[in-house]
Design a protein around this ligand. Structure first.
Ligand code: IPM
Ligand code: MG
Length: 359
């Protein structure tokens, strides 16, 4: 039976990097006989411009009916002055919550070929292989009440609510422990339990569930220390599990350790393994249209899609190998460029990956 993939390119460099990934999907369809059906729809600022909403119902329907969603990026300066409810980011958050994508997997892997591109010394990042498991549909991103209000004395105040119930903590904890069982069997749960009651509960539930996984070595770390440890000794981590906002911040930091945020894919999964796949970088308005965006994070997101939603792990392995091969060949987009390498465009990088895949 053919698998449906919703293709939501979004804004900024989204359409460029998604076009590169779609080329790869088309290759897999035509040359390797994968039964895939692609359907495109608008999300983010472009959807707001066309339909007055960053997440039109038609887009949500297409995403819901699909087996997997491929997303580029949303947002840009053009929409920054809109009401928060109309902003492109709401399209992405709406997809996450409406599709129940509570588990966000963000692997930060250092390709040895890119050790020089890392902001840390090669000996500090060598061997880096972290899986950040970020809770994605709860916490302060979605907590109510929220807003900006005017007090009786006329001062305006902004407020958000950090809230997690035990069931939400337990289910993301189980995802992290299950993943760790297939890797280094170590989980570090990141919280701010010394200050925030909500994460005091987080720590206690993580510990209780962790006790059911005797093979897993569980540790707890405050988020400020975790940020420091990520730049001090990042290879100490195997799986990190954390809240929505802490995961947002720590995953950008971890991304930079790998040389470029342009290298990091992500998977956002629901309880049944259906997922949305996207690079973790944003819409990069500064380089739109220059054909210099790095398509590898999106291509690696397609690999994650093959592994987690389409049950094609051997294709996932081959895509990841092809990416490693093009790096071996010295091909680089500007974000990962270093001496002695060959500068390539977005399209040329994608073509090179497809060529390696076909070998
Ligand atoms: C991410 C992004 C999003 C987030 C934005 C675009 C809403 O930064 O996926 O990390 O904060 O989750
Ligand atoms: Mg982010």
């Amino acid at each position: 039976m053919s698998k449906k993939i919703a293709v939501l390119a979004g804004d900024g460099i989204g359409p460029e990097i998604v076009a590169a990934a779609v080329k790869l999907l088309e290759h897999l369809r035509q040359e390797e006989g994968l039964s895939l059906e692609l359907e495109s729809a608008l999300v983010g600022g472009c959807a707001y411009d066309e339909y007055g909403s960053p997440l039109p119902q038609a887009t949500l329907d297409i995403a819901k009916q699909a087996d997997a969603v491929l997303l580029g990026a949303v947002g840009g300066p053009k929409w920054e002055s809109l009401d928060i409810a109309d902003r492109p980011e709401k399209g992405l958050l709406g997809l996450r919550s409406n599709l129940g994508l509570f588990a966000n997997l963000r692997p930060a892997i250092l390709y040895p070929q890119l050790a020089e591109a890392s902001s840390l010394k090669p000996e500090v990042v060598s061997g880096l292989d972290i899986m950040i498991v970020r809770e994605l549909t709860g916490g302060i991103y979605f907590g109510e009440p929220r807003g900006i209000r005017t007090r009786k004395d006329g001062l305006r105040e902004g407020f958000n609510t950090l809230i997690y119930n035990e069931a939400e903590i337990e289910r993301i904890g189980r995802v992290a422990y299950d993943i760790a069982l297939k890797r280094g069997k170590r989980v570090c749960s990141v919280d701010k339990a010394n200050v925030l009651e909500c994460t005091e509960l987080w720590r206690s539930v993580m510990q209780t569930i962790g006790n059911q996984f005797p093979e897993i070595e569980l540790s707890h770390m405050y988020v400020d220390n975790a940020a420091m440890q990520l730049v001090k000794e990042p290879t100490q981590f195997d799986v990190m599990v954390t809240t929505n906002m802490f995961g947002d911040i720590l995953s950008d930091a971890a991304a930079m350790l790998t040389g470029s945020i342009g290298m990091l894919p992500s998977a956002s999964l629901d309880a049944d393994g259906k997922g949305m796949y996207e690079p973790i970088h944003g819409s990069a308005p500064d380089i739109v249209g220059s054909n210099t965006a790095n398509p590898l994070a999106t291509i690696l997101s397609v690999a994650m899609m093959m592994r987690y939603s389409l049950d094609l792990p051997e294709i996932a392995d081959r895509i990841e190998k092809a990416v490693s091969d093009v790096l071996d060949l010295g091909l680089r987009t500007p974000d990962i460029m270093s001496a002695g390498c060959t500068a390539v465009t977005t399209q040329a990088m994608a073509d090179a990956v497809i060529k390696q895949l076909a070998l």
